[in-house]
Write a protein that binds this ligand. Structure first.
Ligand code: SF4
Length: 218
């Protein structure tokens, strides 16, 4: 399996913000987002055996974390590794995914307790299939990164897609943190407009920024 990083920190995003977690960051992603803070650099791709991962996790599990975040990149591109690994970890698993690989999700869905699913513009069909698999499960939320000047037409389409497949699931608007190709924050007008559109059709809408970036931790 290819891992980028294993560490202990605090969840900085979404409704589980502030809980201590182990982060297991898989290498690589199947898509490309302009604001990505985990771009692929081949020298960061570390091959790990199952034993080596479990060795590194052992002292972190002793810290009694809330859960282990299986994140990336996009962790579901290494679905075989997830199947091999998770049955050995005695901590609830929290999936952080871009929501574009529903067939991969089907293979491992029962290994996870928590699901943080991104909505990525342009992957509406994949997102719909993904949320259909998760329908009726607890501990699921959708996260969408709001960039400055996000087009109104795209906003309407996005809200319609989410309202069709996941109207009751908490929907987190995460104003973008400037990084890489993104130089500007979303404005208060962007945030209010996005909130108001989403709030018309979705039951539980919140605006939550990336808190770990604010306090300077991983
Ligand atoms: S889906 Fe996530 S990991 Fe992949 S490019 Fe986008 S922000 Fe980066």
């Amino acid at each position: 399996m290819y891992i980028k990083d294993i560490f202990y920190s605090f969840q900085g995003e979404g409704p589980f913000i502030g809980y201590p977690q182990i982060f297991l960051r898989f290498y690589g992603c199947n898509i490309h987002c302009e604001y990505c803070d985990e771009p692929d650099f081949i020298h960061q791709r570390k091959p790990y055996t199952l034993e080596k991962v479990l060795d590194e996790l052992h002292p972190l599990i002793q810290k009694n974390p809330h859960s282990i975040s299986i994140t990336g990149g996009e962790p579901l591109i290494q679905v075989a590794a997830i199947k091999e690994l998770l049955p050995h970890i005695p901590v609830p698993a929290y999936l952080e995914t871009n929501g574009t690989l529903p067939k991969h999700l089907e293979e491992v869905v029962d290994l996870f307790t928590y699901f943080s699913v991104d909505y990525k513009p342009g992957f509406d069909k994949e997102f719909a299939d993904f949320m259909t698999i998760l329908r009726g499960r607890p501990n699921v939320f959708v996260k969408w990164v709001l960039t400055r000047g996000f087009p109104v037409l795209d906003l309407k389409k996005m809200v319609q897609t989410v309202a069709t497949v996941a109207p009751d699931v908490p929907f987190i608007i995460q104003p973008v943190t400037p990084f890489g190709g993104i130089k500007d924050r979303a404005t208060i007008e962007d945030i209010e407009r996005a909130y108001n559109f989403a709030h018309q059709k979705l039951a539980d809408v919140r605006v939550i920024p990336q808190s770990h970036k604010l306090i300077g931790i991983k």
